[in-house]
Design a protein around this ligand. Structure first.
Ligand code: 6GU
Length: 355
């Protein structure tokens, strides 16, 4: 991953970037942080890059031309990396957005200072505007560092095996469960007994409950958005393998339902509005028969059809009549299985975030 950071304070970027795990990622060659000093592209002999705002008001405004030239300087050899302007006047960075950005090979991060940047150059160069929270910093540099740090965790090789978790806190809109290490008793406080049982199923259930409770108490806004994800599949090996892989990637607590099994097919099942159903199928007519006893309650859903075609109107209409709101449809051509699963996973997560 290559980050080009356009800034008036390249030293601030370079010194912060050289520390810790992020710095290790640079040394190992997984990440490159290329800083561009916007002042080097000043159009006047005093190296000035700011001027008074038209219409009056406090502070100075960064001029369009130096910013434009700085952006052009990284757009060499026909490359067109995404340009992100860091500003508090933007949607706040989320874990889903971080993951989406990590799929890029190069990113250009434009850091503003003073009262902002001349609107005309932003309109020409910025592809996206991102804030890191609802407070105002003196400049975009700390925001760029925050963004790079979060993105770097998804760059292959940056985290060692023992540092990376397949599932991230916040990926399911759930906060992480509490952690404990030795000693078993500290200040008369014992480690929760379930963690000493060695019963992995019980431990997972306990952790999930703790995550939910913690989210409700500390982040009621996220709690509102928690969904239970179900990957519901029907069809032979292709569909089954895809469904399994998708379920594992999509959610730590996701449930996989095999609708090739008569027991499930015959039973009535009603999904709620707080569930998210992903239907993975191979044959639409067969799936309609297998799913005859399933219904939703305005349940958000995605449909993944194995093969070269997208799901047809008849199947989508069938699900909608049964109470599902189909937000996303996709087909899997199967060439790059892993990549396909990642891409679909990210798209489903995006849909879940926007509920
Ligand atoms: Cl991206 N920039 C500045 N200057 N302040 C911020 C911010 C960005 N995100 C939150 N506050």
């Amino acid at each position: 991953m290559i980050f080009h950071v356009l800034t008036l304070f390249p030293d601030m970027i370079q010194s912060a970037a050289s520390a810790s795990i992020f710095g290790r990622g640079i040394k190992a060659g997984h990440i490159t942080v290329h800083t561009v000093n916007i002042r080097d592209f000043s159009a006047n002999k005093y190296n000035r890059v700011d001027d008074y705002p038209y219409g009056g008001g406090a502070g100075m405004v960064m001029e369009a031309e130096p910013v434009y030239r700085a952006v052009q300087s990284v757009m060499k050899e026909g490359r067109r990396p995404k340009v992100i302007y860091l500003t508090p006047q933007a949607p706040v960075l989320t874990q889903t957005k971080v993951e989406e950005l990590a799929a890029e090979e190069e990113l250009v991060l434009l850091c503003g200072h003073y009262e902002g940047i001349d609107e005309r150059v932003l309109a020409e160069v910025a592809d996206e505007y991102i804030s890191i929270g609802d407070y105002v910093l003196t400049g975009g540099e700390l925001a760029a560092l925050v963004l790079m740090d979060a993105v770097s965790r998804f760059v292959p090789g940056v985290l060692h095996n023992e540092e990376s978790s397949q599932f991230e806190s916040l990926q399911d809109n759930l906060l992480e469960y509490p952690q404990y290490t030795r000693p078993e008793v500290w200040h008369e406080k014992a480690v929760p007994p379930v963690l000493l049982t060695g019963d992995h199923k019980k431990i997972t259930e306990w952790r999930h409950a703790q995550s939910v409770q913690r989210t409700r108490e500390r982040r009621p806004d996220l709690y509102e958005k928690i969904c239970s994800t179900y990957v519901v599949f029907n069809g032979p090996e292709n569909a089954a393998l895809f469904a399994e892989t998708l379920n594992e990637k999509l959610s730590r607590y996701g449930m996989l339902l095999n609708y090739n099994r008569n027991k499930l097919i015959r039973a009535k099942r009603v999904f709620t509005a707080r569930d998210f159903a992903v239907f993975v199928i191979e044959d639409e007519a067969g799936a309609m028969t297998a799913f005859r006893n399933i219904s939703g309650t305005d349940t958000p859903a995605a449909v993944i059809l194995s093969g070269t075609e997208k799901p047809g109107e008849a199947f989508l209409h069938f699900l909608e009549k049964k109470g599902f709101a189909v937000l996303y449809t996709e087909n899997t051509a199967e060439e790059d299985f892993e990549g396909e699963v990642s891409r679909i996973c990210l798209e489903i997560r995006r849909q879940m975030d926007s509920l």
